[in-house]
Design a protein around this ligand. Structure first.
Ligand SMILES: *Cc1c(COP(=O)(O)O)cnc(C)c1O
Length: 386
């Protein structure tokens, strides 16, 4: 791999996007320090991925052959049996649960979301009831399945999980790997083991975990779901990696409730290009660059009066840190909420993570930003807090 070329092409280093679309439509540019965030277009693709997508749009394909070939290639790279594609990870959750419930029985498939006489309850730990823009329960219920919540707000013990798994109607366990999850849940590998001991198949939603996908696949779920458009920086597409039979049953769902969740040719080809590019990347080098970038940015923010910044590793184990800056609201005579609102009003819009704003903390995810954008953030904060 030629490193210099890779830096230029890789979106994580802050890619270059079309200059014209924003202008033509009179749109503001966004400096997105939220991370792989759907409301801002999620990620920036490399030239290589964008070229593959552009090519795909100009031609016809036998879609089933395309999905088979791309799935085979991605399955080889990750060492799984097979891969199913969907429009996005949320769709993959629905299609996966539907596939587990009905298998390859077409009558049952066409009857969905009616699940009469089927095992139709999905166990999910309370701390996994995340909202990624939609409550995850709804992605399950769309299939016709219902939910059994294991544990309480306070957490879920192994015993509480076991108790939920023995239910007669239980068809699957759904686990979530995300920084949105609450603490106090049964670790994924252990939860998978418990479910398998009871003959219950497991689906893991690791939508934003592509940077540690090998580890998440290693937890042993029957299907591991991820999004192609998050850190992989491909077009929107859901991937479900795992057991051949289940992935094939999932793809069958396109003839039923999965019609509205089907993958596009550009999604499949873009996802494959993203995976191939990732497989060729020197991840150690990437991590070093990210580390230096976040440390330098934290150092810079520390020079701004009333701000004290530090790097914070990702809590799920993704290989990068975010920058967390505490604002002395009294001394600054402004709250973090006010500062963030002013940054959002700026042109280009500057968008930060908002989960700790009420505590006076500004959180920046800068993986997808370039130096020019980081400078703009620094300049604006300096002006606002001076
Ligand atoms: C982003 C996300 C999703 C949804 O992914 P899409 O590909 O946008 O449908 C689901 N679960 C988690 C944990 C996510 O972070």
């Amino acid at each position: 791999m030629i490193k210099g070329l890779c830096i230029h092409r890789m979106p994580y280093f802050g890619g270059n996007v079309s200059k014209d679309i924003h202008k033509q439509l009179g749109l503001r540019k966004v400096i997105n320090a939220c991370g792989s965030y759907t409301p801002f277009g999620v990620s920036r693709s490399s030239d290589g991925v964008a070229d593959a997508v552009a090519q795909s749009l100009k031609d016809y394909f036998v879609m089933s052959e395309l999905a088979d070939a791309a799935g085979k290639r991605i399955a080889e790279i990750y060492g799984v049996e097979n891969v199913a594609f969907s429009h996005c990870a949320a769709g993959a959750i629905t299609m996966a649960i539907a596939a587990i419930m009905v298998g390859n029985d077409m009558d049952l498939l066409y009857a969905l979301p009616a699940t009469k006489d089927l095992k139709n309850k999905v166990v999910i730990q309370s701390g996994h009831l995340v909202n990624y823009g939609q409550p995850i329960e709804q992605a399950v219920r769309l299939s016709g399945a219902g939910i059994i919540v294991a544990g309480t707000e306070q957490g879920c013990s192994v015993e509480a999980l076991d108790k939920a798994l023995v239910g007669e109607d239980v068809c699957a366990l759904l686990c979530v790997e995300s920084r949105l999850c609450k603490s106090g849940t049964v670790p994924a590998a252990q939860a998978v083991k418990r479910a398998h001991e009871r003959g219950v198949p497991v689906v893991i939603d690791g939508a934003a975990q592509d940077l540690r996908l090998d580890e998440v696949i290693g937890f042993g779920a029957d299907l591991t779901i991820t999004s192609a458009q998050k850190y992989l920086s491909a077009p929107t597409c859901g991937l479900a990696l795992g057991k051949r039979h289940l992935t094939e049953c999932m793809q069958l769902q396109e003839k039923g409730i999965g019609r509205a969740m089907k993958p596009t040719k550009e999604g499949i080809i873009g996802a494959l290009a993203g995976v191939e590019e990732r497989a060729q990347m020197d991840m150690g080098f990437w991590e070093t660059v990210q580390k230096e970038k976040s440390e330098a940015f934290a150092k810079r923010l520390n020079q701004i009066i009333h701000l004290s910044a530090e790097c914070q590793p990702d809590q799920t184990g993704l290989p990068f840190s975010r920058v967390r800056a505490t604002l002395d609201e009294k001394a600054a005579n402004r709250t973090a909420v006010q500062v963030t609102a002013l940054l959002a009003d700026h042109n280009p819009m500057i968008a930060l993570q908002d989960h700790e704003l009420k505590l006076g903390v500004l959180n920046f995810e800068i993986v997808g930003l370039n130096q020019q954008e980081l400078k703009t953030i620094y300049d604006q904060l300096s002006v606002l807090l001076d």
